[in-house]
Design a protein around this ligand. Structure first.
Ligand code: DX5
Ligand code: ZN
Length: 232
């Protein structure tokens, strides 16, 4: 099956929150495709971040790119409602964070958003078995969720290959996203293992070294040129 075009999804977790609108504008101007929005509740993960109000603020600021809301919260259904209202494009959650996975996936679709399931590094893929027709996206965590700036866990490569095969066998156009530790020196191999959507926080926002509004150009260009070298 033909691969979907690559999407680069900067995680705003590593952005300067005091200038969030400007940061998002700059990273999109530099060529990023999607905005990755990490929602943490200090319960499902040991960190606390941002909620629907911030998503709504980015929309009001004028962000028209897709917003990829990654829920690291439990339970999920109330926040699915709130993020759909706040302008989310994708809403993804961890299957172990909701009792009724199928119902939560349906809720995302009923609210007009694209749905996704996210798997922690040690999580089995069983939850996918009966819902391949209800997911637009499968995301593999290549770090343990909660923090930016961690190292890529190598076993994710094997898992990516497994999920790539599941997607190809299913015949559905499901995106395969990878989240955590994505850098210019591993993005090609990650694509070769099967991913077509790449979250990167510290690698992108950490690349800023001046107040030049185009300071994210070079890292995004480097990502694209590495992706172009992938043998898929
Ligand atoms: C971790 C988050 C990631 C994180 C990625 O829980 O889901 O999106 O921001 O950050 P880096 O790219 O720095 O690993
Ligand atoms: Zn994330």
């Amino acid at each position: 099956m033909a691969r979907l075009p690559d999407l680069i999804s900067p995680s705003i977790l590593s952005a300067d929150f005091a200038r969030l609108g400007e940061e998002v504008d700059n990273v999109l101007k530099a060529g990023a495709d999607v905005v990755h929005f990490d929602v943490m509740d200090n319960h499902y993960v040991p960190n606390l971040t941002i909620g629907p109000l911030v998503c709504d603020a980015l929309r009001k600021h004028g962000v028209t790119a897709e917003i990829d809301v990654h829920l690291m919260v439990t339970p999920v259904d109330n926040l699915i409602n709130d993020f759909a209202k706040a302008g989310a494009s994708y809403i993804t959650f961890h299957p172990d964070a909701t009792i009724h996975v199928d119902r939560s996936l349906q809720l995302v679709h009923d609210l007009g958003c694209k749905s996704g399931l996210v798997f922690n590094p040690a999580a089995p893929l069983d939850a996918l078995e009966y819902v391949m027709d209800k997911v637009d996206l499968i995301m593999l965590m290549s770090v343990n969720p909660g923090f930016g700036g961690q190292s890529f866990i190598p076993s994710t490569m094997t898992k990516l290959k497994q999920v790539r095969k599941m997607i190809d066998d299913s015949g559905y156009d499901i995106r395969l996203e990878v989240d955590g530790g994505v850098k210019a020196n591993n993005i090609k191999e990650i694509k070769e293992a099967g991913a077509d959507m790449f979250v990167a926080g510290s690698a992108i926002f950490g690349a800023a070294n001046s107040d030049d509004p185009n300071h994210y150009d070079s890292i995004i260009t480097e990502f694209r040129s590495e992706l172009a070298k992938a043998n898929v």
